[in-house]
Write a protein that binds this ligand. Structure first.
Ligand code: ZN
Ligand code: ZN
Length: 411
């Protein structure tokens, strides 16, 4: 490890703790990450204690062992989520912990595994983690998702480089995407947060009732929830503490009216889901419901995603990201949604966020659903943006305003 790299890792850990998690005095910290990323995770723990954390709990994962389990474990293991795993997370939520996920897995880690095992476990985990996910989706607790350069992931992103070079290149791309090269990265994020909040405020002022998307393979109208709120970058938890749910983040997003989506949309980047890749796919909607899902690659996995539950037939998120976003301009295909979604307009299959409607954070799950916010045990973003995408905003009076032209902001 070079000195520069080590210094960058420490700077990154500091950014994760201060800007992403914003750890408070006396708070507990729950970190999920791979043994492969141990060096970063040790720095993250050290910075967390420095920031006043009372306890840092590390939940270790290992790609090779995860895959081995899918290959060898008994069938019924995938049909249930362990109660004690549910209880562990819920108890940290009850104590107001902050959750840090450090992702690094190979995008096709589970390629070739029986897809029934994968979808069965996705469903079981969705059920088992329901209350935990609700706590995050309503910003009850602080949470942040960040990345570390896993070797197999790096090799997928940079297939022409040697294994070692690929890891270096992926670290560089991760550092660039989180503005680590800025003189003061924490301050750079304050500025970035402000600019995304400004964009959201502008869209909130306009109160569009519908968005109309056109691009090759796409002609779709999305009615927004009548009480929708556009948000971007920083979030605020139930104790009024700010945090950054994703690093990087370049999106502003809101919630569609569950039954208000009509037309068809084509993906523009591969989607890594459940350790498999779904690519070149097209979804057709009628009154919000997906009535057709066709993929050139990963058809079976796509079908299983859409059939996770009733809510996975509907959308829960509409996000706008200019084609000229810094991540998009890096021209790197990450095969990882945390990065690719921030290089592209995207949508999410599954649940909508409570904070995306007026008063939503204090509404019950039933109230949210009744108001037209989609509910599901899953939430999966997929990329639809390109330099050829136009989006019009339509006001309740029927006025049409260009929002995106050729993939970039027109307002
Ligand atoms: Zn998103
Ligand atoms: Zn999302």
């Amino acid at each position: 490890m070079t000195q520069t790299f080590e210094a960058n890792l420490q700077k990154y850990a500091e950014l994760i703790i201060r800007t992403g998690a914003n750890v408070q005095q006396g708070q507990e910290v729950f970190v999920t990450g791979a043994v492969e990323s141990a060096t970063l995770i040790r720095y993250v723990a050290a910075k967390a204690y420095e920031a006043g954390a009372s306890n840092v709990h590390i939940e270790w994962t290992d790609d090779a062992l995860s895959r081995l389990k899918y290959e060898k474990a008994a069938e019924d293991v995938f049909a249930r989520y362990p109660d004690w795993e549910t209880a562990k997370r819920d108890s940290f939520v009850d104590r107001g912990a902050v959750f840090i996920s450090i992702i690094s897995s190979s995008p096709d880690l589970l390629k070739g595994i029986d897809s029934k095992r994968i979808s069965s476990f996705q469903k079981a985990a969705g059920q088992g983690l329901k209350s935990f996910r609700q706590a995050m989706q309503s910003d009850l607790v602080s949470w942040t998702v960040v990345a570390a350069a896993g070797r197999q992931w790096a090799e997928k992103v940079f297939p022409d480089a040697s294994s070692e070079e690929a890891v270096e290149l992926l670290w560089k791309a991760i550092f660039d995407s989180v503005r680590l090269h800025a003189e003061d990265p924490v301050a750079a994020w304050v500025e970035h947060d402000r600019s995304l909040h400004e964009k959201s405020a502008e869209l909130n002022n306009r109160k569009f009732s519908k968005l109309h998307y056109t691009a090759p393979g796409t002609d779709m109208t999305i009615e927004l929830h009548p009480n929708h709120i556009w948000v971007g970058a920083g979030s605020i938890n139930a104790n009024n503490v700010s945090f950054m749910a994703n690093m990087p983040t370049e999106e502003v997003f809101t919630v569609p009216l569950k039954t208000g989506v009509n037309g068809y949309v084509s993906s523009t980047k591969p989607l890594s889901y459940g350790g498999n890749i779904i690519d070149r796919f097209k979804l057709t909607f009628e009154n919000g419901r997906i009535v057709k899902a066709e993929a050139e690659e990963g058809q079976e996995i796509l079908q299983q995603l859409v059939e996770t539950d009733e809510g996975s037939h509907y959308l829960g998120e509409v996000a706008l990201v200019p084609h000229h976003s810094p991540i998009s301009q890096s021209n790197i295909l990450f095969y990882n949604t945390l990065f690719d979604e921030n290089a592209s307009n995207h949508l999410a299959i599954g649940s909508g966020y409570a904070f995306n409607i007026e008063g939503g954070k204090t509404m019950s799950a039933e109230e949210l659903e009744q108001s037209g916010v989609n509910a599901s045990i899953t939430h999966v973003d997929f990329m639809i943006g390109s330099g050829e995408m136009d989006i019009d905003g339509i006001t309740s009076e029927g006025t049409v305003v260009p929002i995106f032209r050729n993939g970039n902001w027109a307002i």
